[in-house]
Write a protein that binds this ligand. Structure first.
Ligand code: ZN
Length: 411
């Protein structure tokens, strides 16, 4: 792979052994659409390691053996690419970038990133805004990146909005980040200007420790995307921008509760479709309503009926993505047996007691937060959430490992 940055424009050329089909770090298959993209609103004189990491978030799935950058990188960064991916990277020759002092938040406006923001009230925001790609038609016009950017502006927090068409480099499964970390491409290029030493993401307990998101149901202490000692954690650290997961130890029930109790509650928006508010009819709205109803201990409020396509997956047996939250919600929502989740209920015997571990913070997640920001996060957790007991922490560590009878029910 040959990578060239011209200002904020990235062009990459595949080597003969590279392929346009690949897998992201979470094993999800992806297919390349085009080999150029831009990142706007960033300086063009960032440290070469920052350009390299930003490019790697986009080209990693297609690269098989080597990556050649247009400017020399540090030996430490080349080593992180080699150790993490088995890739030869060069040319080598730059001094390493020292870590900065500031923690910024990669801010999407969703409940998880709002909760991360609440834990670090002085941290500036970097918001990624999707813009059209000049060479790829946008078949995803319902995605309202303009609405999300406006909501981010209204938070009153120091905000830098980065614009990018990098998601259109992906043909399949749909436009999106080639690697989850591509959302940070702009923040990386801003790291020198903002003196960044850390970038906080709103990945919560499920994504960090329970193999959530695109994986299902297994304890993942060595999560390659988000563990500090994983390939990506080491790569970011080599560029002096640590990956920080303020809410990595808490469930989506906790992030929802924290977000709805925060100063930013009027700006929370997880739906990418609605303009005046969440659309209430998409898959994500349904899942978040499930969690919110559980947190607020009220009946489910959704216009979605069981015959709708988005309801279909809940009529099938588990496993489900975010299964820990499904169990949590089924155990708490009054009248859930009269909703489209009635069928799912047949597969679980979750109770409030058996799911109460999801109300507390998994302590090792706080230990992973780099020292400059750990105390602030731990103080917030101490005041607003509370730590898991040893027994509760074992629920995390045995997630997905045990037979059904013991694992997630109290028969
Ligand atoms: Zn929606």
């Amino acid at each position: 792979m040959r990578v060239t940055w011209t200002g904020g424009r990235l062009t990459f050329r595949l080597d003969p052994e590279d392929e346009i089909t690949g897998r992201a770090s979470d094993e999800h298959p992806v297919k390349l659409a085009t080999n150029t993209c831009s990142v706007g609103g960033v300086p063009d004189d960032a440290h070469p390691d920052l350009f390299a990491v930003a490019a790697w978030t986009i080209v990693a799935p297609w690269t098989r053996r080597r990556v050649t950058f247009d400017r020399a990188i540090s030996a430490g960064l080349a080593r992180a690419l080699h150790d993490g991916w088995g890739i030869e990277a060069g040319p080598v020759g730059a001094e390493p970038r020292p870590a900065g002092r500031t923690l910024a938040i990669s801010y999407s406006g969703g409940a998880d990133s709002v909760a991360a923001a609440a834990m670090h009230p002085d941290a500036p925001f970097v918001h990624f805004k999707r813009v059209p790609h000049p060479r790829v038609p946008n078949r995803w016009t319902h995605y309202r990146s303009d609405v999300l950017a406006k909501l981010a502006e209204r938070t009153g927090r120091e905000l830098t909005t980065v614009t990018s068409d990098l998601e259109f480099t992906l043909a399949e499964p749909r436009p999106g980040y080639p690697e989850h970390h591509a959302v940070a491409a702009g923040a990386l290029l801003l790291a020198d200007r903002m003196d960044l030493g850390g970038l906080a993401f709103g990945y919560e307990l499920g994504s960090r420790w329970l193999g959530g998101d695109r994986y299902l149901l297994r304890y993942t202490p060595d999560n390659p995307m988000w563990a500090p000692h994983g390939a990506w954690g080491r790569l970011f650290a080599a560029a002096g921008v640590h990956i920080v997961l303020p809410v990595g130890g808490v469930s989506e029930a906790v992030t929802m509760r924290v977000a709805l109790n925060s100063d930013l509650k009027d700006h929370v928006r997880w739906c990418l479709r609605g303009t005046d508010g969440p659309c209430r009819t998409c898959e994500k709205c349904l899942y978040k309503e499930l969690i919110q109803a559980a947190v607020e201990r009220r009946p489910l409020d959704t216009p979605i009926t069981p015959d709708r396509p988005v309801a279909r997956k809940w009529l099938r047996p588990p496993p489900y993505g975010g299964q820990e939250m499904v169990e949590y919600a089924l155990a708490r929502i009054p009248g859930i047996e009269r909703t489209l989740f009635a069928k799912a209920l047949d597969h679980f015997e979750a109770t409030e007691e058996s799911t109460s571990w999801l109300d507390h913070c998994y302590p090792p997640a706080l230990d992973e937060i780099p020292q400059p920001w750990r105390e602030e996060a731990a103080a917030f957790v101490g005041e607003h959430v509370g730590l898991m007991t040893g027994d509760e922490a074992r629920r995390v560590e045995t997630w997905g490992a045990e037979p059904d009878e013991e694992a997630r029910s109290t028969r």
